[in-house]
Design a protein around this ligand. Structure first.
Ligand code: SF4
Length: 396
């Protein structure tokens, strides 16, 4: 599937998808259908807070086709009318003040970026999600999945969702207009009311996408939205070998994009580093990545690799994780370890991607099924493109 960035449609153009609308947009749509503004505002609150759909509009009925639970982490799958499925993960986060719940959402079904360590990459890009389909994951988690699982003892998924992270299937900057619209909806004070400071968008580093997120962050109400960068390597050679996009957006370019990113608070960028044995986990790699990060105010998040299916690499052992983190700290780099949750049910970082979908053929732009996903990756410093087949495990 080719994916071009056309001008975004106005949320009220085309069929109405109420979960993709801010309160102002929803009221405008309701008034156009003869509903009074005050009534529409109440309906909006009821839609988001109680899951009650007003009679004059529809919310797609996406069945929850699977819920996989490991401990208190659960992954759930929503099936769309075209048969494609989103995967989302509810993750309990223990805090001093009690456990909160983070929801990891998908921005695409599949992904075009082809990262070698990632399960989702094996699918290729199947489709971009609309804003309402992104918000639907929060809505279903809040009003469907929780209700189903909270019949007995309260579980992680029965708690209010406090944080949203765009770290599920897909690269958010590859579908940036829908992602930004979904963020506008999720923060709406009359709706989901998730503070912007509790939302993180994780990117492999598309500079144009980072710029668009920066423009959003510059708006009042979004100053504390979090940006996370999926770095995963100490230098361009290693990064390009596991992340083909690095050929288009090398690390120096990422650094400039981060330097230009507007900052309104003391909050740091989150830089993610999937620690892969034999690839990026030596002492020298640690020193090199810390040197790269030295002038970036960031929290360095080390994520022990969660093996995807047919992975060429194992998970790192405990000793090498601890050694790497200790060395990063000794380098003066603020470093955290991301806990591994949901590995057994393929719900951990880098493990999303419905196995059944992977064996399906791919729906092309013309509505026919194409045998292979082909993605065009722009080459550095030119308009040339090279064909990259993300169904391969690694582009190196
Ligand atoms: S790690 Fe993220 S950007 Fe890379 S292939 Fe997986 S989903 Fe896409």
């Amino acid at each position: 599937m080719s994916h071009t960035h056309a001008e975004p449609l106005h949320p009220l153009a085309g069929p109405l998808h109420p979960l993709g609308l801010t309160r102002v947009q929803f009221v405008e749509a309701a008034q156009a259908r003869g509903t009074k503004a005050a009534t529409a505002r109440d309906e909006y609150k009821a839609l988001f807070r109680q899951g009650i759909v007003p009679a004059w509009c529809e919310v797609a009925d996406y069945p929850v086709t699977a819920t996989l639970v490991e401990g208190e982490t659960s992954k759930f799958v929503l099936r769309h009318e075209d048969g494609l499925e989103t995967e989302s993960v509810l993750i309990p986060m223990p805090r001093a003040s009690g456990t909160t719940t983070t929801l990891c959402v998908s921005s695409q079904v599949g992904c075009a970026m082809g990262c070698g360590f990632c399960e989702t990459a094996q699918m290729g890009l199947l489709k971009n999600l609309r804003a309402d389909q992104i918000v639907h994951q929060w809505w279903a988690a809040t009003h469907r999945v929780q209700r189903a699982s909270s019949a007995g003892e309260p579980s992680a998924s029965a708690r209010v969702i406090k944080n949203i992270v765009f770290m599920g299937m897909g690269e958010p900057t590859d579908n940036i207009d829908a992602v930004i619209q979904s963020v506008r909806v999720l923060v709406d004070h009359d709706g989901a009311m998730i503070p912007a400071s509790n939302i993180s968008i994780s990117t492999v580093g598309n500079p144009e996408g980072i710029e668009k997120i920066g423009a959003l962050v510059s708006e009042v109400g979004f100053h504390r939205l979090n940006l996370a960068l999926s770095l995963n390597a100490p230098n361009d050679a290693i990064r390009s070998s596991i992340m083909p996009v690095n050929k288009a957006w090398p690390m120096a370019r990422l650094k400039s994009a981060l330097a230009a990113f507007p900052r309104f608070s003391q909050s740091a960028f989150c830089v993610e580093y999937v620690l892969i044995p034999g690839v990026n986990d030596s002492d020298e790699h640690c020193d090199e990545v810390c040197a790269f990060l030295r002038d970036i105010r960031c929290s360095f998040n080390v994520i022990p690799y969660n093996p995807r299916r047919n992975s060429p690499w194992p998970a790192p052992d405990e000793a090498s994780i601890e050694r790497f983190i200790a060395r990063a700290l000794a380098n003066g780099q603020f470093t955290k370890r991301r806990g591994t949750k949901g590995r057994q049910v393929m719900a951990a970082c880098g493990q999303l991607g419905n196995e059944k979908i992977r064996h399906r053929k791919v729906l092309g732009d013309d509505g026919n099924y194409a045998p292979l996903v082909k993605v065009r990756v722009p080459m550095r410093n030119s308009n040339e493109t090279s064909e990259h087949n993300p169904l391969r495990t690694n582009d190196s």
